[in-house]
Write a protein that binds this ligand. Structure first.
Ligand code: AMP
Length: 282
């Protein structure tokens, strides 16, 4: 596996691959890799010939008081996992290679970034859209793979790529979960044993709504939110950031959850300072 930290070298390597007629695939991450990330790598291998995994804890997508300064990292473990998965190139630039002195250009996706995590984390998706644009320009990928775990992020990136005529295919990949249903996340490492046990409530809340909607042939957003909140609030230390049901594509508010895949239920829950997210298309 080729290890790079210089954006220009990365571009040259990827350009050489493209000239040989090979499709370049990109998997952007913030590192501390787990099975969720590795599932994206496997998807990238299906869609491309040369797979680049990037590891960059992007400062512009963190708000003040968030976990930028304590985000977990394990460069050696990450590299071993990339080697085992046949990643062709691992790119981990220093922050100043991405945001040099005088940096002042940002990408803003409008409507899609207003609700859900966008409302709770002002500036977050501006940072995400900006860094993903920069990675697209550094790599020139034919395809880039993102997890459905970050559902709103995936919709934002799809919209951005289309709106800005970026010549890249944006592929989504399903949520990978622990055996008890908790969505895998680098941030799960922050959880105490007790909170780790309680954290299954996110998934259980979503399943309760799915089952109720199937039983009754549909459900109102209000009832869906109430039911999901009641499952989560049964845990002593769960602090709900938001629980919402929205249109699966536009993320606009909706009148009814019909159970036809047109709605997404998305939520964020704190245990102490650790913020977990999950979602389900209904
Ligand atoms: P992160 O390192 O958390 O920024 O995530 C990098 C990429 O991996 C994003 O596209 C995430 O959506 C994706 N990802 C993270 N966790 C999971 C998971 N449990 N299942 C599927 N994809 C995931």
């Amino acid at each position: 596996v080729l290890e790079l930290s210089d954006p220009r070298q990365l571009y040259d390597v990827c350009e050489a691959e493209r000239r040989r007629g090979r499709r370049v695939g990109l998997v952007p991450t913030m590192g501390y890799l787990h099975e969720g990330h590795l599932s994206l790598v496997r998807r990238a291998h299906e869609l491309a010939d040369y797979v680049v995994l990037t590891i960059f804890v992007n400062p512009t997508q963190f708000g003040p008081g968030e976990d930028l300064d304590r985000y977990p990292n394990d460069p050696e473990g990450d590299l071993a996992k990339c080697l085992a998965e046949g990643v062709d190139c691992v790119f981990s630039p220093p922050p100043e290679a991405v945001y040099p002195d005088g940096y002042q250009t940002y990408v803003q996706v409008e409507e899609l970034t207003r609700p859900l995590c966008g409302a709770r984390r002002p500036g977050h998706f501006r940072g995400v859209a900006t860094v993903v644009t920069k990675l697209f320009n550094m790599v020139g990928p034919c395809v880039a793979v993102f997890g459905e775990k970050d559902y709103q992020q995936l919709q934002v990136i799809r919209r951005m790529a289309e709106d800005l005529n970026m010549p890249v295919e944006v592929a989504g990949s399903p949520i990978v979960r622990e055996p008890d249903g908790l969505a895998m996340s680098s941030r799960n490492a922050y959880l105490s044993e007790s909170h780790r046990g309680q954290a299954t409530c996110l998934r259980r809340g979503l399943i309760a709504v799915r089952d109720r909607a199937a039983e009754k042939g549909g459900i109102s957003p209000e009832e869906a939110v109430k039911l999901c909140r009641s499952v989560i609030e049964a845990q002593p230390d769960a602090r709900i950031d938001y629980v919402e049901v929205r249109d699966a594509r536009s993320l606009a508010e909706i009148q009814r959850v019909a159970g036809d895949g047109g709605a997404v239920m998305a939520l964020a829950v704190f245990f102490d300072k650790t913020r977990l997210i999950d979602n389900m298309v209904l």
